[in-house]
Design a protein around this ligand. Structure first.
Ligand SMILES: [Zn+2]
Ligand SMILES: [Zn+2]
Length: 333
């Protein structure tokens, strides 16, 4: 700060001298900040540690802000730009985005983006990894050339009011992205693998939990958010947000909770069915209407379809375990 102050003092002195000489004063360099811009996390994150730049280049300080975040939580581009770096620095996964005049940095963030990839404001750039200098948090930085700036400047300089504006803009972008994903999901519905009307029973008497089409089957696939090939460990049913999720079979709620990847989850144990121990799990729901320990009957409404966790639009991700082994739900239902 002292360095900055002395620079400002020199700049002011020069400006005063120049104006005395009736020569136009040089403009003070203020970085052009990208707009729209906003938080790199969904919602309004808690700042765990603020910006405290070192007074000397080599001295210690805090060259960014630490935001409270959960491992696996989606990290968003604070503004649109181009990926300038995505990789490991001293064993720590780092992403840097070039916005023209400034760059934002995100660590520890696991991303499959490559240098040169274009990213939009609010777009998911990866998930929070481990190995950062703070536990359970995202270190978010802003640089102009070699100098570090306070990334909270991106949220606006007039405090709360502008922050709210930045926040609402980001929400608009996210809503638009979700609407696009929903449109894509309903387009996929027309060429769905299987049409599955609710109430149709399978060979073991299990119902389909919602009257939606299967949009993504169990098996290896390119993850829609992480953009990496991984096992899709369940079956996706397309459905509008708020659609009722029904218990496919009588059982007991064994567990319910939030997971950064699966969103709101609920687990049902159906006991032994045709000699097989069957468990099911429901993911990404907006909410559940039943609690752990509660008995549910076949066809009972247990929750509402949502898009919580790593999800690009409202859908149900159904998982099935047969004798404790994760299985293709459609092999049982
Ligand atoms: Zn930090
Ligand atoms: Zn899924």
């Amino acid at each position: 700060m002292r360095v900055l102050h002395s620079h400002l003092r020199v700049a002011l002195f020069v400006a005063v001298c120049l104006s005395v000489l009736a020569i136009p004063a040089p403009a003070v360099a203020v970085p052009a900040l990208p707009a729209p811009a906003g938080w790199p996390l969904r919602g309004t994150p808690v700042v765990q540690r603020g910006f405290a730049p070192p007074t000397l280049a080599w001295a210690s300080g805090h060259r960014g802000v630490d935001l409270v975040a959960r491992p696996g939580e989606a990290i968003l581009a604070a503004a649109s730009g181009t990926v300038a770096f995505a990789g490991s620095i001293a064993g720590k996964p780092v992403v840097s985005i070039d916005h023209g005049s400034v760059r934002t940095t995100y660590e520890p963030v696991i991303s499959t983006l490559s240098v040169g990839d274009r990213v939009g404001f609010g777009q998911v750039i990866g998930v929070l990894g481990s190995g950062g200098h703070c536990r359970g948090c995202l270190h978010w930085g802003l640089r102009e050339g070699r100098s570090y700036l306070d990334p909270l400047m991106l949220l606006g300089t007039r405090g709360g009011q502008l922050r709210l504006v930045a926040e609402s803009r980001r929400e608009v972008v996210q809503r638009e992205a979700q609407a696009r994903a929903r449109a894509a999901a309903s387009a996929a519905q027309s060429n769905a693998i299987i049409m599955t009307p609710a109430g149709r029973s399978g060979s073991h008497g299990f119902l389909h939990p919602i009257a939606g089409a299967v949009t993504s089957a169990f098996g290896m696939r390119l993850h829609p958010v992480l953009k990496i090939w991984k096992l899709h460990d369940g079956t996706d049913f397309a459905a509008a947000c708020g659609t009722a999720i029904r218990a496919p079979y009588a059982g007991v709620v064994t567990r319910a909770g939030f997971n950064p990847a699966y969103g709101n989850r609920l687990f049902l144990s159906h006991g032994s069915v045709d000699g097989v121990q069957v468990k099911t799990a429901f993911n990404h729901a907006a909410r559940y209407l039943v609690r752990p320990g509660q008995r549910v009957s076949r066809g009972q409404v247990i929750g509402e379809v949502g898009s919580t966790g790593l999800s690009t639009g409202c859908h149900l991700h159904l998982m099935v375990w047969l004798n404790g082994r994760l299985s293709n739900p459609m092999s049982w239902l």
